[in-house]
Design a protein around this ligand. Structure first.
Ligand code: NDP
Length: 330
């Protein structure tokens, strides 16, 4: 069935400015790490992408290695851009990344100029795009000089392959250094993509301050702790849940069992606020003024629908924040 985007797609989504740039992002963005690969059901991926865009989620976040197999999430996007979103390209912010292992040998990993430029060229081919809106260096490289990696990002913008650049999982010190190098080259560092959720709060210890001082935007990943901060595991571990996967395991059954006592208490606080746990977890990351957007994942449309409901209440009382902190520090 041909797709016509909902006429009401801009009616309720709030958009936030990314740092001091001209770009705005929806407070909720859609991550393509899982659920959009070659192993996934295309029609389900398509339904999630359409639902997202119909509700103002204008930002899709990808990486060269998303799938599985690696690269296949970009291929799915390429197909959807052709079949559904062709006339909406200028309403979308598409990002991709390179920095984790992508092909064998010394030129398919980390942060050399050779890897980043070749990888982005392959990504553009898979997606059928002339340029991406944001290109990220996916993780710090302990060996390549930062000047080389940032120089490659600057070149990528100047050569028309990307409009903006970002970094992911860089420390506060690395972020400051990267921002300085890029500023000197004339390409501002638009955005940082760190992990942030109730169980992973490292960014509160230094990074947020650097981002504010440098006017860099912040889009946080895994705001639901990959599904832990939802009702997904309250009655056990479902066979179709991420923690039941046997390949690409980034969330284990032990993670679930360890966090469950806290999850149950947090669920109770959410209930008292009139939200689901997923909604409260999203509102909680968005409470910080430095957080531009939360990058959420979804394996089905109903999850995305629930998650969008978070935007109806982003306020927390001091007592609620204290109660959450008390659970987390137990
Ligand atoms: P989340 O923490 O949002 O976890 C998403 C998963 O939680 C879903 O796939 C689903 O899992 C479950 N879920 C989501 N909503 C609900 C709900 N309402 N009720 C029950 N379960 C729910 O984020 P991700 O870990 O997926 O990361 C989001 C994005 O962040 C990625 O797609 C990627 O774009 C980015 N990212 C970036 C990284 C980086 O290094 N820069 C690293 C990791 C992620 P289930 O399959 O069990 O249904």
């Amino acid at each position: 069935m041909s797709y016509h985007a909902s006429d009401s797609r801009y009616d309720s989504m709030p958009y936030a400015r990314v740092g001091r740039s001209g770009l705005k992002l929806p407070r909720l963005s859609l991550g393509w790490w899982y659920n959009f690969g070659g192993v996934d059901t295309f029609e389900n991926s398509r339904a999630i992408a359409r639902y997202a865009f119909d509700h103002g989620i204008t930002h899709f976040d990808l990486a060269n290695n998303y799938g599985p197999p690696p690269g296949s999430a970009e291929e799915t996007l390429g197909k959807l851009l052709k079949q559904d979103f062709a006339s909406y390209r200028d309403e979308l912010v598409i990002s991709t990344k390179a920095g984790w292992g992508m092909w064998p040998g010394p030129y398919g990993d980390f942060g050399s100029r050779k890897y980043l430029i070749a990888s982005l060229d392959r990504s553009l081919k898979r997606m059928g795009l002339d340029y991406v809106d944001i290109f990220y260096h996916h993780r710090p490289d302990p060996e390549t000089p930062l000047e080389e990696t940032m120089g490659a990002l600057d070149y990528i913008v100047r050569s028309g392959r990307a409009l903006y650049v970002g970094i992911s999982s860089y420390s506060p010190e690395q972020t400051r250094a990267a921002a300085q190098i890029l500023r000197a080259l004339g390409t501002p560092l638009l955005i940082h993509q760190p992990p942030y959720n109730m169980f992973r709060r490292e960014i509160e210890r230094g990074l947020l301050q650097v981002l504010e001082q440098e006017s860099i935007g912040c889009i946080v990943f895994s705001p639901l702790a990959q599904g832990l901060l939802t009702d997904r595991y309250l009655q056990g571990i479902p066979p179709d849940a991420r923690a039941s996967r046997t390949e690409r395991v980034w969330l284990t059954k032990e993670d679930v069992e360890r966090s469950l006592p806290k999850v149950k208490q947090l669920n109770e606080i959410a209930r008292q606020r009139g939200q689901t746990l997923a909604q409260m977890a999203l509102a909680w990351v968005l409470r910080l003024p430095q957080v531009t957007s939360a990058l959420v994942g979804a394996s089905r449309v109903s999850q995305l629908e629930e998650n969008l409901g978070a935007l109806n209440n982003l306020e927390f009382s001091t007592d609620e924040l204290r109660a959450i902190d008390a659970v987390l520090s137990e």
